[in-house]
Design a protein around this ligand. Structure first.
Ligand code: F6R
Length: 240
């Protein structure tokens, strides 16, 4: 894994944006696997600004997202579908029909997971963006998830519920389950870009880079990927 340490969150966001803009310019029909959460907010802000200033076009880009809360409709203020629309899609020229995310309110869990796995197979990702959970999760693959996992419904761990409560106001409001792309599917992307910012990620970053490759720390699987880049700010990289 290639490790880039930046001075701060702004520089992390600049470096990540540069990588994605370059990819989209060189391959206008790129397939991007994207993530939600706080970490990529600066990156999405920069992609939107770059679109406005330089017109980098996403007309032929397809985006397939990692995860969605179970039972939240796409219109819910905290759904990841809404997050993506507000933070990125409505601010660039991507076509709504080219964006994909699990349907949190699908009738059958099994069919929804199958539908998503077929989509992932049909759309090989040129780049998979990831955030890092403070417990080492990637997407909602919590510690203990099999490295062979494909799309499934995950039970959120207590630490993830606590981490995500800030966005819901109260921990009791956070959905306890989510659809998530599995670890095997993440590893199929041609390139992986994982971002980590802040002191609360320092232990997970250390475990991912220096610990053993183990299902107890799902992100450690990324060390087996041939083209994976970590961009961490100084706080997140402090224990390396
Ligand atoms: C979000 C996702 C999660 C987050 C992780 C870090 O789509 O898959 O794995 O990337 O929980 O979240 P933040 O960036 O909010 O610290």
């Amino acid at each position: 894994m290639k490790v880039i340490v930046t001075e701060d969150y702004a520089a992390l966001s600049d470096a990540a944006a540069e990588m994605i803009v370059e990819l989209v310019k060189s391959k206008p029909d790129a397939v991007l696997g994207l993530a939600t959460g706080e970490t990529p907010l600066g990156l999405y802000e920069r992609l939107a600004s770059d679109f406005k200033a330089n017109g980098t076009s996403y007309k032929s880009v397809r985006v397939i997202n990692l995860d969605e809360y179970k039972d939240l409709p796409a219109s819910h203020p905290q759904s990841y579908a809404r997050f993506m629309r507000e933070r990125l899609f409505d601010r660039i020229d991507i076509q709504a029909g080219n964006t994909y995310i699990e349907n949190g309110t699908a009738e059958s869990e099994e069919e929804e997971c199958r539908r998503y796995d077929l989509l992932l197979d049909k759309m090989p990702r040129d780049l998979q963006l990831l955030g890092l959970g403070s417990n080492g999760h990637i997407a909602f693959n919590e510690p203990g998830t099999s490295f062979d996992s494909t799309t499934h419904v995950a039970e959120l761990s207590e630490s993830t519920l606590r981490d995500n409560a800030r966005l819901f106001g109260d921990i009791s409001e956070v959905p306890r389950k989510a659809y998530t792309v599995g670890l095997e599917s993440i590893m199929q992307a041609k390139k992986i870009l994982i971002l980590a910012s802040g002191a609360n990620k320092a232990d997970a970053v250390r475990g991912m880079i220096r610990g053993e490759i183990s299902e107890n720390l799902p992100a450690s699987i990324l060390r087996r990927h041939a083209d994976c880049v970590l961009i961490a700010d100084g706080e997140a990289a402090a224990k390396l």
